[in-house]
Ligand binder design. Structure first.
Ligand code: 3PY
Ligand code: MG
Length: 259
């Protein structure tokens, strides 16, 4: 399988930087994101219309551009996880998880036996039709694929130490909107309870030897998370960056305040 450079960097203790694709699903996008210097991106199938054909084209382009493609599955379902991997994703992000048992179930879906129960079906987007022994391909996939549970419910936060300790979990991804929604403080990103939660997730990840982080369009917030020890850092999304870029540019051109 394609080497997972993002996973390698995390293992070495480095920060990795990513974003998400929601509506810009052209295979040119991974080339642009790689050229911008990002380590990874995820294709969002939780909230966007991406189909498997588009995901496969994006993953193939990402592998050749040298950026790691992940897929955020719609929810924690075996068939959604295995299809995302079979069309070329280097790992999965799983939203709205509630417990370490659910995290264990994700790992079982992502890994081939003996670590899990993924079914053999390695296609050209994964192997580049290189041939070779199936055992080596299976072991390489088990090694390179990433498992990223989201910590964005009150229940997951309460169980975060055990989720972090699940063998095979690589990073914990805080969803700031869903987490504050679940905690009853929606979008209050200056609330002490929110930062206590962020600190708890980062602490749990560190204790388990893995990474944690979040996604936001706010650079100061990402800098704060990094200062607190976060290493899985997602800046904005395709739509967010386009909107902000055009807003700022147009305002500058017109000499007005951005709308
Ligand atoms: C959230 O903020 O809930 C997210 O899922 C961000 O990706
Ligand atoms: Mg969310």
């Amino acid at each position: 399988m394609h080497p997972n450079t993002a996973k390698r960097k995390l293992r070495e203790g480095a920060c990795i930087y990513g974003t998400s694709l929601e509506d810009c699903l052209s295979p040119e996008m991974p080339v642009i994101l790689a050229a911008a210097g990002l380590d990874f991106f995820f294709i969002d199938t939780e909230h966007s219309p991406a189909g498997y054909g588009e995901i496969q084209a994006l993953c193939r382009s990402a592998h050749s551009a040298g950026i790691v493609p992940l897929v955020r599955v719609t929810e924690n379902q075996p068939h959604l996880i295995s299809r995302a991997l079979d069309v070329g994703a280097s790992g999965v992000i799983v939203p709205r998880l509630k417990s370490h048992e659910e995290a264990e179930a994700v790992v079982r879906c992502v890994k081939f036996p003996p670590l899990g129960k993924r079914g053999y079906g390695l296609r050209s987007v994964v192997t580049n039709l290189q041939g070779g022994p199936a055992q080596a391909a299976v072991e390489s996939c088990n090694q390179e694929t990433m498992v990223v549970p989201m910590i964005e419910t009150r229940e997951a936060l309460e169980d975060v130490e055990r989720i972090a300790a699940v063998e095979g979990v690589d990073a914990l991804f805080i969803g700031p909107y869903d987490l504050t929604l679940s905690l009853g403080i929606l979008e209050q990103f200056d609330h002490a309870q929110f930062w206590d939660a962020v600190d708890r997730v980062i602490r749990a990840a560190k204790a388990a030897g893995i990474a944690a982080g979040l996604q936001t369009g706010s650079i100061p917030m990402l800098q704060e998370v990094r200062k607190r020890g976060g290493r899985f850092l997602l800046y904005a999304s395709d739509v967010g960056v386009l909107l902000e870029g055009f807003r700022q540019g147009l305002a500058q051109l017109k000499g007005t305040q951005p709308s």
